[in-house]
Design a binder for this molecule. Structure first.
Ligand SMILES: NC(=O)c1ccc[n+]([C@@H]2O[C@H](COP(=O)([O-])OP(=O)(O)OC[C@H]3O[C@@H](n4cnc5c(N)ncnc54)[C@H](OP(=O)(O)O)[C@@H]3O)[C@@H](O)[C@H]2O)c1
Length: 443
């Protein structure tokens, strides 16, 4: 374990810190996974006491904070990201130790914060590591991402840069490669001749809530497809390297992201009432739903559709990958279902004899529940990734090459994106539409 590590979160009064980062750090602390001596400086724009700051935390978490003396490790610090002089005061905390700077902010602040940290010498690693975590999205389009990357690459070594996509820290996302690598019967069938198509779904029940200000400038394509969904496509379709070394995995994923070809049958939707959400422009055409077919343009996956579907205010909250194997006869197709959330597991749908005297076939499910095997309080995706930052392990972080290629694909889609269709909240409105477009071939 690294003995001393300190965190500084920029954007600590934001939704991400309250809902994900602080609970993840607390949980690591409680499980004894954090460094022996650790400090967390929470940076926000408003002038608050620590007590005021903590009032907005979930009640359950707040109770625990007191119980475990976690609070003693926290400091709230007020500053404005854009004022260089405000950074001088940070020197007070920046002891000669290891520091992780977490930019839980919109990407427009990445350059200014890193520049000012550099200006005061806070990124110098002579007395301990200095690493910066850049929250997703990394940029708002390809040229913006390129500009940010060029800038940070001038002041930071690549080993100091952690471009986070928390989906990569999820158990079942990590399990995609391992399931492929360590099950010969799966990997031997992992090509266009055996697989008909892939379906990747991230469905959310909630609307934009208090994140409309951010979401309206982004939409489902940039918020979910550019990062989480393209990463899943890459993990499903990349060639398995001989060893699962981080750099090699990143390289293989990056090759796939360059080969992503977007087909023109795009479905874009916006839920009814979205325009009334606080922070949404009155005439906004931002999509809260997107479904699309992409292909991976190589020999292994020639003409194999990857159907991606994601949206807000849909009927259910879940994320999963369904691998549809080619159908041999009139019986149901075989499916491999990788459940990402809320259930974590793998299901295999096979055809088997019905019990009794006849030879009738039934489509049955073999069900592996991954979450059932968890012991204790395992780190959340954010917790796991924060530990990796401390350890300097970049396996579950995105390389610039990956980000560059995925933005290229998104920029192309933005150009052909139609106006959104309006859908009723929590409905199945899109299903018939997608069937018409050739999805769900065997239903
Ligand atoms: N929320 C999530 O679940 C989630 C998940 C994945 C990724 N992300 C990404 O993470 C980033 C942050 O998300 P969020 O939802 O936490 O956003 P947010 O709620 O809008 O929070 C942004 C934070 O930045 C602070 N800030 C803005 N301008 C500032 C300035 N000039 N000086 C100092 N502080 C300033 C805000 O302070 P005030 O409170 O004073 O405005 C707030 O603390 C976004 O890029 C988002 O896409 C969020």
């Amino acid at each position: 374990m690294v003995k001393k590590c300190q965190f500084m979160i920029f954007g600590a009064t934001g939704d991400l810190t309250y809902k994900k980062l602080l609970p993840a750090i607390f949980s690591l602390y409680k499980e004894g996974e954090l460094c022996d001596k650790f400090k967390l400086i929470l940076i926000g724009r408003r002038s608050l006491t620590l007590e005021d700051y903590l009032k907005d935390l979930d009640v359950e978490v707040t109770k625990q904070l007191a119980f475990h003396n976690f609070k003693d490790h926290l400091t709230y610090h007020q500053m404005d990201f854009s004022k260089q002089e405000d950074y001088e005061a940070l020197n007070h905390y920046l002891s000669k130790e290891n520091w992780v700077f977490y930019l839980a902010t919109a990407p427009r602040f990445f350059e200014v914060i890193s520049s000012h940290l550099d200006h005061y010498g806070y990124l110098d690693e002579s007395a301990g590591f200095r690493r910066i975590v850049f929250e997703k999205p990394f940029g708002i389009n390809f040229s913006d991402a390129k500009k940010i990357n060029k800038h940070i690459s001038k002041i930071l070594d690549e080993s100091q840069i952690f471009r986070i996509d928390h989906y990569l820290g999820k158990e079942m996302i990590q399990n995609i490669l391992l399931t492929r690598a360590y099950n010969s019967f799966i990997e031997m069938l992992w090509h266009k001749d055996a697989i008909d198509y892939f379906e990747i779904v991230i469905s959310e029940e909630s609307g934009v809530h208090n994140r409309a200000g951010y979401y309206d400038g982004s939409g489902a394509l940039k918020d979910m497809v550019q990062n989480h969904m393209f990463q899943i496509v890459a993990l499903l379709s990349m060639d398995l390297p001989e060893s699962l070394i981080p750099e090699v995995i990143q390289e293989e994923k990056s090759k796939i992201l360059k080969q992503i070809k977007v087909m023109h049958n795009l479905v874009v939707g916006q839920y009814q009432g979205y325009l009334d959400e606080k922070g949404v422009k009155a005439d906004s055409e931002t999509e809260t739903f997107v479904a699309m077919e992409v292909h991976v343009d190589n020999r292994r996956w020639k003409d194999t559709p990857f159907y991606l579907k994601t949206g807000k205010a849909l009927k259910d909250k879940y994320a999963q990958v369904v691998v549809h194997f080619k159908k041999m006869s009139s019986v149901s197709e075989n499916l491999l279902i990788i459940q990402i959330q809320p259930d974590e597991g793998i299901k295999l749908k096979i055809n088997s004899k019905k019990p009794g005297v006849s030879n009738e076939i039934d489509n049955v499910t073999m069900d592996y529940c991954h979450s059932c095997l968890k012991y204790g309080d395992e780190p959340s995706a954010y917790g796991r990734l924060l530990l990796d930052v401390i350890l300097g392990d970049k396996s579950l972080f995105a390389s610039w090459d990956e980000i560059e290629s995925s933005w290229h694909a998104i920029d192309k889609i933005e150009k052909i994106k139609p106006q959104p269709l309006i859908y009723e909240k929590h409905s199945d409105w899109h299903e018939n539409l997608l069937i018409k477009k050739g999805w769900y071939k065997y239903d």
